[in-house]
Design a protein around this ligand. Structure first.
Ligand code: AMP
Ligand code: MG
Length: 343
């Protein structure tokens, strides 16, 4: 089946054409337009600006993705939430209109589940896909969830953050350190600048807490880390570039240690065949490498993480979700749901 997929939950406007390939999904094209730079001067997403940019971009993005291939498309998929209401409306209404005009089935996709289904994107028929049961670690700007997946549709929420999402924590910590929005990639760049000598010299001076680390639960908490950074910055008065980078490194270490500890606790509890990471924060190099090492250290468990370009918001993952776990819906019944949960 060949599907046109649409994504417009936040500040990315995206469309992709995908089709099934072996047990996975092959991407025929994936187009993404982003308004992220427009939000930089405000230090975060401005919903009205994001929605206005969605309206400007949606038709050019869909047109580029579909190209001359309209007649071979067999269905239309769209993220219906979670996200910003104004942004969601643009994608959902466009998908409904196309489904109706082309007389093709419409598939509703939960955006957070779509992040997880990015792990089914394959190069060819021989690419390995995840096996069930699986544990999913969903890490984004708005969510931090541990999910037990029995199959493509039966998912159970088993843990996650009690307060800030991990991406939000990266963004807020970066802001406190004077780094631009979005903070996650900026903190990663700062981490790369920290030398062994800097770690030895300053590392222990700025030890941050690891909240809930030793608790026998899959709960996580990141807001205390942000508060700890704020306290250090206030106490110091001003932060030079080296101190800023060392603080960013220690913050990143703390967050990654918590995520790995809780994911491995879920692995111990649920004995999955695969662990799947997904969401914007899954682009973090240290997290990818360290979690892969931890998971593959446990016997036969396989680790999956999407290619970098499919970690952030994109429509290819929405198409993958519609093919692997289709949920057909009548256009008249599909409404955006800004606060739908991952499970
Ligand atoms: P999403 O909500 O899935 O669109 O992902 C956006 C979030 O991912 C933002 O909070 C970013 O700061 C975060 N992010 C992106 N790249 C990285 C990275 N390399 N390390 C940590 N967080 C990141
Ligand atoms: Mg997202």
């Amino acid at each position: 089946m060949k599907v046109l997929a649409i994504e417009s939950t936040c500040d990315e406007t995206a469309a992709a054409v995908v089709e099934n390939c072996g047990e996975g999904v092959k991407i025929l094209n994936s187009v993404v337009a982003s308004s992220v730079l427009m939000h930089q001067k405000y230090g975060g997403i401005v919903p009205e600006v994001a929605a206005r940019e969605q309206i400007k971009s949606i038709i050019p993005v869909i047109t580029e993705s579909v190209g001359e291939d309209k007649d071979s498309i067999q269905g239309v998929a769209v993220s219906f939430g979670p996200g910003l209401m104004g942004s969601l409306l643009v994608g959902v209404e466009s998908a409904k209109a196309l489904s109706w005009a082309w007389k093709k089935p419409l598939y509703s996709v939960n955006h957070m589940a779509a992040h997880v289904f990015a792990n089914w994107i394959v190069e060819d028929k021989n690419t390995e896909v995840p096996m069930f049961p699986a544990v999913g670690l969903v890490v984004s700007g708005g969510h931090t969830d541990l999910v037990l997946m029995k199959n493509t549709k039966e998912w159970e929420w088993v843990g996650g953050t009690r307060d800030d999402a991990v991406g939000e924590a990266f963004d807020k910590a970066a802001r406190l350190l004077g780094l631009p929005y979005p903070g996650g990639p900026e903190i990663s760049k700062a981490v790369e600048r920290v030398t062994v000598q800097m770690k030895e010299r300053f590392g222990s001076k700025f030890k941050l807490p690891r909240p809930l680390f030793n608790e026998d639960s899959l709960d996580m908490s990141f807001s205390g880390l942000k508060a700890a950074i704020s306290k250090i910055v206030t106490t110091l008065g001003s932060v030079d570039e080296k101190t800023r980078d060392v603080l960013a490194w220690e913050f990143s270490e703390a967050v990654i240690e918590i995520l790995i500890k809780k994911t491995m606790l879920a692995v111990e509890r649920y004995k999955p065949k695969s662990v799947l990471m997904a969401g914007g924060v899954a682009a973090n190099k240290q997290l990818r490498e360290n979690l892969k090492m931890a998971v593959e250290g446990v016997g036969e468990v396989k680790f999956f993480c999407p290619e970098l370009r499919y970690c952030g918001d994109n429509a290819a993952m929405v198409g993958a979700a519609a093919i692997i776990a289709p949920r057909e819906v009548k256009p008249v019944n599909l409404k955006p749901d800004p606060s739908v949960t991952t499970v």
